[in-house]
Design a binder for this molecule. Structure first.
Ligand code: NAI
Length: 349
């Protein structure tokens, strides 16, 4: 595998450490680029065989066609979501693989961390006690026990969140386009429609993928159907929420809490240090002013176990491609239909 050249975009020090460790057995030639992949930087892919990309790299029509012209054979995403790839454009040009489940526990546990922190106001208590302020007025929380959680997207991550919240004695409702009755019975939750989730949940947590149906699934209309003082948690993708409507809901006290690990326009800010700069994104800046909003910088995946698993699976995906193995982690826009060849040939095309 020594001669396979991988251009690795948006490389952070922790990526370099985990991929260098995992690459000891594969020996790919990896060149780490600090910058993201986009129409201006795609020129860097010339001379490589594979590109390795992350959540905020841009893989639109223009970038894909440049990659194709540069003879890139494989796009190896080191993440689960692939909403940043124009799957129709890439079809029959460049294969796309991803890491479907590196640690669903990491993301689920972070979602629950956001719930607990917001509810018991740990983020505020931390600063108070550091300032010798031991007053607890204003830090009142509520028992999770017997409250109702609504999970939108009961896949791998959603089901782990359900299991944890059931451990607190919460009632759990879930919406998913298809149902798994065994899972519902085993974990003790109930499938309902979206309106019931909105109407009955004290906490709503988003664990569905971003697609045409889920874009701005949390909007003026759905917020209007929610309970007063509802808590909204998003560790899915920023564009699941219409952020301006979320801010309206916070301002008029309809929404009591928001825990956001992702944000619609995160690619300009998340993962970078702007502590010496001015934030020009007024929507993000407004969100940061609310005491009942907690923003983390797309770090739900960020555990030791997840980083190791991401590196191992990404490099194995590349090896599978070059050794003519079945590519179980390949994705294409037809994967959900019978027209995708993966089920029969092991590759989408
Ligand atoms: P999954 O594919 O196992 O589960 C997603 C579930 O959502 C599936 O059961 C699917 O049927 C359901 N779904 C599809 N369309 C839906 C709709 N319109 N409404 C409601 N549910 C719908 O995926 P997994 O591993 O649980 O990940 C979920 C999402 O979490 C990913 O798509 C990704 O965007 C996000 N994620 C975020 C991370 C972070 O660090 N913040 C890390 C990993 C994933």
């Amino acid at each position: 595998m020594k001669n396979i050249k991988v251009a690795f975009f948006d490389a952070k020090p922790y990526d370099i450490r985990s991929f260098d460790d995992a690459n000891a057995i594969y020996n790919f030639k990896i060149k780490y680029f600090k910058n993201k992949l986009n129409p201006d930087t795609v020129i860097q892919s010339a001379g490589y065989d594979v590109i390795c990309a992350f959540v905020n790299d841009i893989l639109n029509k223009e970038v894909i066609n440049s990659l194709y012209q540069n003879s890139i054979k494989l796009i190896a995403l080191r993440c689960a979501g692939y909403n940043n790839v124009d799957l129709k454009e890439v079809y029959k040009k460049v294969h796309v693989v991803r890491v479907p489940a590196y640690s669903p526990h990491a993301v689920a546990e972070h979602a629950v961390a956001l719930i607990l922190t917001l509810n018991r106001k740990i983020h505020r208590a931390y600063f108070r006690t550091h300032d010798n302020n031991f007053n607890i007025d204003g830090l009142l929380g509520f028992d999770l026990y017997n409250k109702t959680a609504g999970i939108i997207g009961a896949g791998q991550i959603g089901k782990i969140v359900i299991e944890i919240l059931r451990g607190f004695g919460m009632k759990v409702l879930a919406y998913n386009p298809f149902t798994e009755d065994d899972a519902a019975k085993k974990l003790g939750f109930k499938y309902v429609d979206l309106d019931t989730i909105y109407k009955e949940s004290d906490i709503i947590s988003l664990h569905c993928p971003l697609n045409k149906e889920t874009y701005h699934i949390i909007n003026k209309d759905s917020i209007g159907k929610m309970k007063d003082n509802v808590m909204i948690i998003n560790t899915g993708r920023g564009q699941l929420i219409d952020t301006k409507e979320l801010i309206m809901g916070l301002k008029n006290h309809k929404i009591g809490y928001a825990g956001l690990d992702v944000y619609e326009e995160e690619s300009d800010y998340f993962f970078e240090d702007f502590s010496n700069e001015i934030i020009n994104d007024d929507v993000l800046a407004r969100l940061l002013t609310f005491p009942n909003v907690l923003i983390t910088s797309h770090q739900a995946f960020f555990t030791k176990e997840a980083l190791k698993s991401i590196a191992d699976t990404t490099l194995q995906n590349i090896k599978d491609f070059y050794t003519e193995q079945k590519m179980t982690n390949e994705v294409c826009y037809m994967c959900d239909s019978n027209n995708c060849l993966k089920k029969t040939t092991g590759r989408c095309f």
